[in-house]
Design a protein around this ligand. Sequence first.
Ligand SMILES: *Cc1c(COP(=O)(O)O)cnc(C)c1O
Length: 357
Amino acid sequence: MHISTTPSDHPVADERLTEILANPGFGTHFTDHMFTVEWTPDGGWHDARVTPYGPLTLDPATAVLHYAQETFEGMKAYRHDDGSVWTFRPEANAARMARSSHRLALPVLPEEDFVAAVDALVTQDQRWVPDSQGEKSLYVRPFMFASETFLGVRPAQHVTFMVICSPAGAYFKGGVKPVTLWLTEEYTRAGRGGMGAAKTGGNYASSLVAQQEAIGQGCDQVVFLDAQEGRYVEELGGMNLYFVHADGRIVTPETGTILEGITRSSIIELAGKLGHPVEERKLSIDEWRDGVASGDIVEIFACGTAAVVTPVGSLRWDGGEAPAPASTDLTMELRQSLVDIQYGRAEDPFGWMHRVC
Ligand SMILES: *Cc1c(COP(=O)(O)O)cnc(C)c1O
């Protein structure tokens, strides 16, 4: 893939950038450039370019606005102490986007082109990667959408893949603290044969009303159960779940209708190496309640790119509550191990880190 570059003639001034990077928040500031490549059935992927960041002009009949044919990814670029910039398992994001795109009847962007696109943009905007103090990073958002102007219902014949970047502050400002969860018994996230395993905006659209309910109940996040029996724990709106047992065994819900997090799969490997085998299987909501009550479940945590690993506190539902599990020791150990690899402070025995520049 040949990538052309048109540098911005109005990049953010150094002084303003310093101000932004001191307190970036999440998803509100965007870098000076963006990456775009387009696809048509005849031309394949073509016209790859890094251009100044700016709004898109879309015809009101652009297909994605009507039928939500869209996939996305979320990953981070980390600055190491020697000034170099690295991404974490970018080929895993590329492979997942390929699986998501297949499910959404979108064309597949080859893995090496996905990684090259992210590398090109992050290199161009490397001054936007915050220093490693306080778990800051550059959040990278690749996405693909049906850009054909057509209201008929069929896979789009014109597709656009883009990458944008946004500096991100630490997810937890005053130190890591447990999230409280609301169990929704009314809404589900995904059913068998649906698109629960795909990273697509529609899954988030369908989770918002449940998340809103959780906030209304004074909780941080919502927990979804399986759609068929309403019995098995799936995941949160955007994070996977882990259950640590008193004997050191760890259980995480099996895949199929959940989104397979890259943090999730990294923790399976990391925990194994630390002597905690991980079982992937169904875990019922009764097992959660009873396990915490009996002390058999000693820790629960959630994981995803944004928060890395976060302890789970109490679980509430209509008419009841399960208290927070007793400990957060292994949760915090796994969190630290992962963060240390990402920021280059520990060895990377798995070969997960990819140097960008
Ligand atoms: C992205 C996402 C996750 C976490 O995946 P990571 O690759 O670990 O960031 C979990 N659940 C859902 C629904 C997601 O969209």
